[in-house]
Design a protein around this ligand. Sequence first.
Ligand code: MEV
Length: 317
Amino acid sequence: MKTLSDQAIGTAHGKIILIGEHSVVYNNPAIALPFPAAHVEVTIEAIQGHSQIRSNYYEGSISNAPESLNNLTKTIEAICEDLGYEPSGMQITISSLIPAERGMGSSAAVASALVRALFNFFEQPLEYDVLLHYIGISEKIAHGNPSGLDARVTSGNQPLFYMKSKLPERFDLHLTGYLIAADTGLKGQTREAVQDVANLLKKSRRKTKHLLSSLGKLTYQAKEAIEQDNITDLGKILSKAHHHLSDLTVSNEKLDKLVQVALEQGALGAKLTGSGRGGCMIALAKTFDQAKHIANELMKNGAVETWVHSLGADTNE
Ligand code: MEV
């Protein structure tokens, strides 16, 4: 008889896309960093009867869960079916510090922690490719056409240079400077934004293709700037990327405002991060004090939360 763990845990973390969001869906490269400050943990305890789910958004039986949790419930069903268990007898608790729908990879991170917790609960080894396969099931339901970038960055510990058609390159970040991330407080709209870029590609093919490939070129330039520890150039590249993303219609007024505030307050560059239309923006600064100052000004101008993150040449503050 198969035995189950009484309690199992799975964890993952958020991500920040430095550059290449949206264009990565069309096989251009992107650079993304794990964001451990935004952590998610899923615990599963054995209970009697129907499985229950407890999260910030819903508490109750899995069978009555709202459609907005379909990505998770379908993933649970798929794993139970593949491993030969009934999807019952589990109390699943999701504790997430990642703001949801803010471009920080919350849906992929929750899926990653959930898959890990389920495999621990069923005492099964979990190969990385299998993990990615199940996160992919969840992300397709959540976002329609995911590039796979979020799945990888939220479940790994290193910055990635990622292209859909190639094996991702992991690299160590040793850049002298700081990244500021700021939350607009507005929910991003990944599914809609990704779909609207696809529609734009049908409507204005030449222009949209050009924007997507320019974002791809900027990503290669960003990689070079990182390799040369040139945060000044990297800043300029990020700001250019923001304009392209805005032309792709995925920015909004608040993101544009926070980008402008960051630049006026001395940021070396700034852009939206993630799918846009809300969610978060990022900016770069040379020193920790400058980064703190920019973060404070972003809060005064409407950001609801900010984070300052060392880019590796220094210890994290
Ligand atoms: C969302 O975090 C990033 C997008 O590029 C979509 C994707 O890569 O799947 C907008």
